[in-house]
Design a protein around this ligand. Sequence first.
Ligand code: GDD
Length: 414
Amino acid sequence: MSSKAVILVGGDTRGTRFRPLSLDVPKVLFPVAGKPILYHALVALAAVPSIKEVLLIGFYDDSVFKDYLKEASAEFPSFSIKYLREYRALGTAGGLYHFRDAILKGNPYRLFVIHADICSSFPLKEMLEFFDDKEAKAVILGTRVEPEVARNFGCLVSDPATKRVIHYVEKPETHISNLINAGVYLFDRSIFDVIRAARTAKAEEAVTAIYDFDDEDPSEILRLEQDILVRLAQTDGFYVYETRGFWRQIKTAGSAVPANALYLQKLFQTDFDAPGLAKPSATIIPPVYADKTAYIDPTAKVGPNVSIGPRARIGPGARVKEAILLEDTEIKHDACVLYSILARGVRVGAWARVEGSPIQADQHSTTLVKDGQRVQSVAILATDVTVGDEVRIQNSIVLPHKDLKSDVANEIIM
Ligand code: GDD
């Protein structure tokens, strides 16, 4: 019996928090641990033999995924992979409903739905087993977070013994639970009945509400969270599989740095000799991922948790740690780059210092309070930014093509 997966990739308007990095490349194709964010979900799906088709659903222009789909089709021969474009943002369940015929084609018996903007150990096989064990109709991946941050997510209350979800609230105003929706679901075909019922209820509400008839049909826009999961929690058959593996959202540009670290550590622990992983040495502190065309001077000290893109160059005596360096970046001799992202073509001068601050794993936030001011944890230099010799950049975001000749701290340079 075959199964399928849908990855919700969103679209342009959703990537705003990922700026300035999404100016160049859509968020889901931004590289972490040397590969597009999307790739990490595809690897996990490829490990599930029953999956024969993966559908990316979003509202980006078709051209955005053209090249990557070719690459991914060659890399993941166990399933076919397609992009289905919503004619406008239909919400996290609207696209599922709109493309229901394509999704149900071939009679898949299970459907994974995955948010593209998460970094996870993706325990998909465990979710399938749990689904069968419970004779479920729907399983959601849950993870525990600190109580202070739980309200930024969908919160679940479940029966501690059976794990049945009895209450679901999306981003509640008051604390409900620290078990949150981790953005991975497994459904059987009956999910389309629930979506249909939610759609009908919305359409009926719309008839009684006063709305502008120039508006498009409001019942087309369906949110998996508020419109579907809340309903599912009132039925039998909806369970939570709680993961103990790593999990993080990749929302802001800065969150690519901890995601990069988590995926690199996973790769290093599971396949020490994986292609691209630099061999540990006196100056390479693992895990470090380096494209084969990158150059690291033997006297530079690099790692841990660094990804280095094509043709990047790290000069003598430089220090790089907890960072993503994209293609054609250059770090001159004795410069230091910590907790930072350098986009394509960034140049960091000799003895310069580009630095962010360590990110607390349990805080799920990429800002911190410094001298009474909320600032970015990670320093982000967008495409073709140049940092002069001996200049120091701290906790700042710098938009493309800037030439920085003096120190910058806790700022956004437009
Ligand atoms: N196709 C499509 N169409 N995808 C969409 C749309 C849409 O209209 N809107 C959002 N997405 C995609 C996003 O690209 C992302 O991958 C995912 O759906 C969820 O995005 P958001 O709607 O921005 O929700 P969120 O990230 O604030 O919160 C959701 O994810 C959390 C886990 O990361 C909720 O499901 C929370 O409950 C959950 O905890």
